[in-house]
Design a protein around this ligand. Structure first.
Ligand code: CA
Length: 231
């Protein structure tokens, strides 16, 4: 693909805008910038960007309302950028249809990884049949999990959980979205069963479950699996 990827950046902080624009341009992306929500909505409608980076704290429009509006007519990947540390805002943004979030302050490498992941998941016409990262590999067709070439024995639920995260590797999945994907929408909202299964998975795949290398906890939000190295 020779066409440049168009990124719409909606952010009122000029220094963050210039940091992001520099980082993205240096990596071959084309960036349009909007300093207000209204401007952002106009540019989103008129320029059909490939990905939107959107601040939650905008001067004119509530950031969460923005996501709701964008999602009413567009499937473009939305990555929220936020200084807010309140987990509930992140969960709400994701539940409203944002694809991921990145918390200020962040570096260029993290930003690039989030954008790559967002773009990859928007082109999931052919789902990869394998996941590999470091020593861990999943073969979705064979339902096989290996660590350093040795088969890892998982229960049915553990496998479903790990493969869900692997299929969405690089992006955060909220506790509630995982719960409803695995146990159905009528499961009560207590995450205990999820935490127990995750602890068991970590015992089986992580060298040190207290400092995971493959499945990370996003406190108060959900889990994020390390990016798939198979592209
Ligand atoms: Ca702001």
């Amino acid at each position: 693909m020779n066409l440049k990827t168009n990124v719409l950046l909606i952010e009122d902080d000029k220094s963050i805008c210039s940091f992001i624009t520099t980082a993205l341009s240096g990596n071959g992306y084309r960036v349009m910038t909007a300093y207000t929500g209204e401007e952002g909505l106009c540019l989103a409608a008129s320029n059909s960007p490939d990905v939107i980076l959107q601040d939650l704290g905008l001067p004119d429009v509530d950031g969460l309302d923005m996501i709701r509006k964008l999602r009413s007519w567009s499937n473009v990947p939305i990555i929220v950028i936020s200084a807010r540390t309140k987990e509930q805002d992140k969960v709400t943004a994701l539940d409203l249809g944002a694809d991921d979030y990145i918390t200020k302050p962040f570096g260029p490498a993290e930003l690039m990884a989030r954008i790559r992941t967002g773009l990859r998941h928007s082109h999931t016409t052919v789902a990869g049949s394998q996941y590999r990262s470091g020593e861990l590999a999943l073969d979705f067709d064979r339902r096989l999990v290996t660590l350093s070439g040795q088969e890892v024995h998982l229960t049915q639920i553990e496998y479903q959980l790990l493969s869900l995260l692997a299929e969405n590797s690089g992006r955060v999945l909220t506790y509630s979205s995982i719960m409803s994907a695995i146990w159905g929408p009528y499961m009560d909202s207590n995450n205990q069963i999820l935490r127990v299964n995750m602890a068991n998975i970590r015992r089986k795949i992580e060298k040190n479950p207290a400092f995971p290398e493959y499945v990370f906890t996003e406190i108060g939000v959900g889990y994020r699996m390390r990016e798939n190295e198979i592209t």
